[in-house]
Design a protein around this ligand. Structure first.
Ligand code: DC
Length: 229
């Protein structure tokens, strides 16, 4: 299979929708590779912060993105050889990621790196622009979302379980602000594409969401118009 014929399931959607967990499980069930594209933006932000750069210095941050020394090894994420799996999940790195992700030069510098994840037998990729920009030929595109209130509650429970002291109203406000920024930016804004299946998980658990995507994939595979061999 050439890079362009490798099947890709593109899962886009807003922050805290659970798409990362769902996408990783779909990949595991199919025995495919998995791309967490948000992690690439988070790694870029962390690398820039560690180099003491200002996050609004687009050319310098794009240079860091182009040279990013990152690796994903069995659930561990390495930056310059350091384990940063937990560090990239902090709120400050998430905020930095959302800022650097709004810069066209940074997005361009990271494009091929993301496409390189498409390897046989297939790829499940999650993010904001997997279907629109990175893998526009993906045979299955999903827009996975949940109400802002539900996403805030899910994140609240996760943070409480980690022993953090958090305020649900603040979380809801942060989620709404990040949604607005991801939707309003001029490059690769978060959007539901015309050909994407809408998966609203407000009333679904993770397993139900995974099964729905696997079902859609089965339909695509058996469709006479399928681009699959
Ligand atoms: O999914 P996440 O929270 O890990 O993403 C971190 C930030 O990166 C988020 O603000 C949106 C941005 N992002 C993006 O612009 N494009 C992607 N394909 C993935 C993430």
């Amino acid at each position: 299979m050439t890079e362009s014929t490798i099947p890709v399931i593109a899962i886009d959607g807003p922050s805290a929708s659970g798409k990362g967990t769902v996408a990783a499980r779909v990949a595991a069930k199919l025995g495919w590779h998995y791309l967490d594209s948000g992690a690439i933006y988070r790694l870029t932000a962390l690398a820039a912060i560690r180099r003491g750069l200002l996050l609004d210095d687009e050319a310098s941050v794009a240079a860091v993105a182009a040279e990013l020394d990152a690796a994903f090894v069995e659930g561990v994420i390495l930056l310059d050889g350091d384990d940063v799996t937990d560090a990239i999940r902090s709120e400050s790195v998430g905020d930095g990621a959302s800022r650097v992700a709004a810069m066209p030069e940074v997005r361009a510098a990271l494009l091929q790196r993301q496409r390189d994840f498409a390897r046989s037998p297939g790829l499940v990729a999650d993010g904001r622009d997997m279907g629109s920009v990175v893998f526009p030929g993906a045979p299955l595109m999903v827009f996975l979302t949940a109400s802002a209130q539900e996403r805030a509650e899910r994140r609240y429970k996760q943070l409480i379980a980690k022993g953090e002291s958090v305020n649900i109203r603040q979380i809801l406000q942060d989620i709404e602000q990040r949604d607005a920024r991801d939707r309003a930016r001029s490059v690769a804004p978060l959007q539901q594409l015309a050909g994407a299946h809408l998966l609203d998980t407000t009333q679904l658990n993770i397993e139900q969401a995974v099964q729905q995507i696997l079902h859609w994939w089965d339909e695509v595979k058996h469709s006479p118009l399928s681009v699959q061999a």
